[in-house]
Ligand binder design. Structure first.
Ligand code: AMP
Ligand code: MG
Length: 410
């Protein structure tokens, strides 16, 4: 079966609240081999909601609604579902008794409007709510399954796991799914896809998703098979082919960030690192030290933001700064060498660039960053040009620096 999720609540149509329930539900459904074919957010409007339920029922066998089950008049999921399916709502005194008891245990009286939560679609199963007042509802008919769940995540999650997943197990797909993620850096998305599309499009049992973010692309290979073990084999076989094509641009096939990969490699090889940062202003050191145990390999760093600091603290030559500027290949080179030597580290890294929005020149426009990496034998400098805002320039610079740092330990 395919599923659809309808998130109900006018607050979800404002910038103040986002629908997170559907993300949770999608993950749980996918784990059980149920694809989410669509989702929508609908305000607290009975007629719109009823129309949405009717539409969804035509195309999907499982509709999961969240929210709109509260006691107040603006919560209309029950009524809208009744309208859409042409069903009566039956009043269940035992539900209201349970809600009343819940209030009494807290020394409070139930308000009259909580009685609204006692109405259940005729033919639906009641899903008791251990963490709130509104019970969920599970309705199965010839058209499919309709589930009504409360909006608060702390009520929805236990109800879905405890009461919906066991019911779904009976109708779930015959497939098991396994997802392998490869994380890639140093390639544009278009080039990456061009190179691996011939590989993944051959394998019909795997759904491939490519997700790009600054300085990193994730490739998700989701394989399906009769057993989990078989699905894992299919995903891994394809993963190996993709990895062979992309080589060391793949920085991990685990759920690891670049800084975690660096931690693993540098600890494994007993290598150490020091940083001299200009345009990244400490961002690089911040991310490196966000990994527990980073003191084993990260010795320290400088934030040398002005030319004077570059000269005084790192010994970048005045002639270099005068002739080439602080944002130059030469400055990056001297910074990386100097910080490595001062810290007595295996590797020294440096960043110097124009993050913008001001400060660009014709020769070094905004977005230009030089990244130096030095080891005891040599120093190399990469030059990148990032189109985008200050924050993005800085992120890209760190990501590129991480890639160079990582490669020193391969
Ligand atoms: P309701 O069941 O509509 O009364 O929802 C109660 C509360 O649950 C709302 O005020 C939200 O804070 C939260 N909520 C409702 N729907 C969602 C959703 N889709 N994702 C996350 N939180 C939600
Ligand atoms: Mg609501």
């Amino acid at each position: 079966v395919n599923a659809e999720i309808i998130a109900v609540g006018s607050e979800l149509l404002t910038p103040r609240r986002i629908d997170t329930n559907s993300l949770y539900l999608t993950q749980k459904l996918n784990e059980r081999g149920i694809e989410v074919a669509g989702k929508s957010v609908v305000g607290d409007d009975r007629e719109r909601l009823a129309n949405e339920i009717r539409r969804a029922r035509k195309s999907s066998g499982l509709i999961v609604m969240t929210g709109g089950l509260g006691p107040t008049l603006d919560d209309v999921s029950r009524e809208a579902a009744a309208d859409a399916l042409g069903l009566e709502l039956d009043f269940h005194q035992e539900i209201v008794d349970a809600i009343e008891a819940r209030f009494r245990r807290r020394g409070r009286a139930m308000s009259e409007n909580n009685r609204r939560q006692g109405y259940i679609l005729r033919g639906a199963e009641i899903l008791p709510n251990a963490n709130g007042t509104a019970p969920g509802q599970w309705l199965r008919d010839d058209t499919g399954i309709l589930v009504l769940l409360p909006g608060p995540p702390r009520e929805l999650k236990p109800m879905f796991e405890g009461q919906c997943l066991p019911r779904l197990a009976q109708i779930a797909s015959p497939y098991q799914y396994y997802t392998l993620s490869l994380r890639v850096t140093g390639l544009p998305e278009s080039e990456l896809d061009q190179r691996i599309a011939p590989i993944y499009s051959e394998e019909k049992r795997v759904a491939t998703t490519i997700l790009a973010s600054p300085g990193e692309i994730q490739i998700h290979l989701r394989a399906r098979a009769a057993t989990l073990e078989e699905a894992r084999k299919i995903a891994e076989f394809l993963g190996e082919k993709v990895e062979a094509e992309l080589g060391s641009n793949v920085f991990t096939r685990e759920d690891e960030s670049m800084e975690q990969v660096i931690a693993r490699l540098y600890r494994g090889r007993g290598m150490t690192l020091a940083a001299a940062e200009s345009c990244t202003g400490g961002l690089l050191a911040e991310r490196i030290t966000s990994v527990p145990g980073s003191s084993e390999y990260f010795l320290g760093g400088f934030v040398t933001y002005t030319e004077a600091a570059k000269n005084a603290w790192l010994g970048v030559r005045e002639s270099t700064l005068r002739q080439h500027g602080a944002v130059s290949k030469q400055a990056a080179e001297e910074m990386a060498r100097a910080v490595r030597a001062k810290a007595n580290a295996s590797v020294g890294v440096s960043t110097t660039g124009v993050a913008g929005p001001g400060g660009g020149t014709e020769q070094t426009p905004v977005g230009t960053v030089f990244i130096g990496v030095a080891d005891e034998k040599s120093v190399e400098v990469a030059e990148i040009h990032v189109g985008g805002e200050r924050d993005l320039v800085r992120q890209w610079a760190v990501q590129k620096a991480f890639d160079l740092i990582r490669r020193k330990a391969l």
